[in-house]
Every structure is written in structure tokens, then in C-alpha cells.
Design a protein around this ligand. Structure first.
Ligand SMILES: Nc1ncnc2c1ncn2[C@@H]1O[C@H](COP(=O)(O)OP(=O)(O)OP(=O)(O)O)[C@@H](O)[C@H]1O
Length: 269
């Protein structure tokens, strides 16, 4: 049993209906501080909907949620001050340089003067983009853009970071670099991280705990090891996913084809 004060994200009976369609159905979650938590589920399972409600971008139809100790409905400003959010679609501006993007994020978070200059430098170092600081983001690889976006989302030192499919469309090396950055944030700053992912390796190696959503409902929650043991001897996380969601996994270990995703920087050209 986790002590209430050490819970960074709590959802109770969280539901979302779009007309007659129920996208999220009475979701209960408790994510401890400093945990890297993965949300898995087939396309349309309700992962992004849950993230949008927890980040105050969408109102729930029923239930309640608290992030960093504040209610997402009654205290949205307090929640926003304490979270970072990396959305599924690109959020960095391709027509600006890395440095300008970070500067903009700092201003949006009310960070000014010498502190802003220092934070931007720190963020460039964190993203490994010091040498590209003055290059336009539209010239960056997908991995560089993602590292920049994570740096932008953490410039104000959030307690909780939400990432919607952070490594989708990235090559294995770029994906690992993103994982390293996330582990660094958790290790050095104790940031709680919630990610949605279709990538079984990411879920297995990066996440401390996982929840599998299916048709908007929580199918199962637990540590990767526990979930594999629950399914049977020698079970992989892909087996766990198929067992609890009934969905298929492609040959790359992904729960769906992601070719269409993140057409990346091209659309900014
Ligand atoms: N604004 C909306 N209006 C109507 N239906 C919506 C809306 N947003 C989401 N949905 C539906 O709700 C369901 C859950 O969508 P959601 O984006 O949360 O799924 P997901 O698990 O994140 O899927 P994916 O892995 O494809 O990103 C889907 O069937 C989607 O079509």
C-alpha cells in the first residue's frame, strides 16, 4: 500500500464519453512518486484520453484525478505548474532554433532574466544540443527533436512528466537516448514519469510499472516481471499484452503499425 503523500498521480473512477462512445471507463490508478509508469493498450484503448485528462487538457465525464497532490478539475493551474507534457504530435517549432524554442518555453513558464539564460543552457546540455543551439529545428533528426521537446517540457523542473508515445518513429539508437534522458530525470530529480507506448521493449526495460488498457478499461496493472509471471512461465511482455488486450503485436515488438506516425519534421519544411 502506497502512502497517499507519496502518490504522484491518482485517478478514481475516471471516465470519458464522447457522445454515446465511452473512451475511458472508470479508470483507477495510483502512481508512486519517482516511478516510471507505462500505459499500454491497442489503438483507441484510451491512453491519450487518460493523459489529456491528467494534464488538464480534457474534462472527464465522471470520476476524479489528482496530480502532484492537486485536483485536475478544481486546481488545474496548480497541476499545470507541476507537470511537463510531451504530446504525441510534434510540439517544437521547426521554424525556430533549439535555443529559441527553449527560450519560448522558459517565458511561457514565467522564467525570466539570468535564470532563463541559465535554464536554457542547462536544457541544451541535457538534450545534447549545445552545438546545434542556433540551428533551425526543421533541420533536426526525429531523435534530436524529441530530446529538445523533453528538455522544453522539463525546463521548469516539473514533479510529474507525461509523454504520449515518446519514441514513436525513432530508430533504436535515438530511442535509447530518449530512455537515458528519462532515466536521468527520474534518477537526478526524482521526476515521476507517465508514458504511453506501443513498444514492448520500452515498456519492459524502461517502465517500473505498467497498466494495460482495453476498450477504455484497466485490464491489469503491475510490474513487468509480475505481469509476465502472471501469464505463465517464459511469458514475454508481448504475451502479456496479447493475453490482457487480445490485440496483436507486429514483428518489431510494437502493438500496431506506426509507419504513419510522426511524419516528423518533414511537414515543417
Ligand atoms: N474528441 C474525440 N471525439 C470523439 N471520439 C474521440 C475523441 N478523442 C478520442 N476519441 C476516441 O476515443 C477512443 C480512445 O482514443 P485515444 O486517443 O485515447 O486512444 P489511444 O489508446 O491513445 O490510441 P492510440 O494508441 O491510437 O493513440 C478512440 O476510439 C478515439 O477515436
Amino acid at each position: 500500500m502506497i502512502e497517499p503523500s507519496s502518490i504522484a498521480i491518482r485517478a478514481s473512477g475516471l471516465s470519458k464519453r464522447f457522445g454515446d462512445f465511452t473512451a475511458l471507463d472508470r479508470l483507477d490508478l495510483a502512481v508512486g512518486r519517482g516511478v516510471i509508469f507505462g500505459l499500454l493498450g491497442p489503438n483507441g484503448a484510451g491512453k491519450s484520453t487518460a493523459i489529456k485528462i491528467l494534464t488538464t487538457l480534457l474534462d472527464a465525464s465522471a470520476g476524479s484525478a489528482a496530480v502532484a497532490g492537486f485536483d485536475v478539475v478544481t486546481q488545474p493551474v496548480e497541476v499545470r505548474r507541476r507537470i511537463g507534457y510531451v504530446p504525441q504530435l510534434l510540439s517544437a517549432d521547426g521554424a525556430l532554433t533549439a535555443s529559441e524554442n527553449l527560450d519560448l518555453s522558459a517565458r511561457l513558464h514565467g522564467i525570466y532574466g539570468a535564470q532563463r539564460i541559465a535554464r536554457v543552457q542547462e536544457a541544451l546540455a541535457f538534450a545534447g544540443l549545445q552545438e546545434q543551439a542556433h540551428k533551425l529545428v526543421k533541420t533536426f533528426s526525429g531523435g534530436m527533436v524529441r530530446r529538445l521537446e523533453i528538455a522544453q517540457a522539463t525546463l521548469h523542473y516539473p514533479e510529474v512528466l507525461f509523454l504520449d508515445e515518446p519514441t514513436i518513429g525513432l530508430d533504436p539508437a535515438a530511442r535509447r537516448t530518449v530512455w537515458e534522458r528519462l532515466l536521468q530525470l527520474r534518477g537526478r530529480h526524482g521526476v515521476t514519469i507517465l508514458i504511453s507506448t506501443h513498444d514492448m521493449e520500452e515498456a519492459d526495460t524502461l517502465c517500473d510499472e505498467l497498466a494495460i488498457l482495453h476498450h477504455g478499461q484497466l485490464a491489469v496493472v503491475g510490474r513487468p516481471r509480475q505481469l509476465k509471471d502472471q501469464v505463465g512461465p517464459g511469458a514475454s511482455l508481448a504475451d502479456v499484452f496479447v493475453h490482457f488486450s487480445g490485440a496483436v503485436i507486429d514483428q518489431g515488438g510494437h502493438a500496431r503499425d506506426v509507419r504513419e506516425s510522426r511524419a516528423a519534421v518533414l511537414r515543417r519544411g
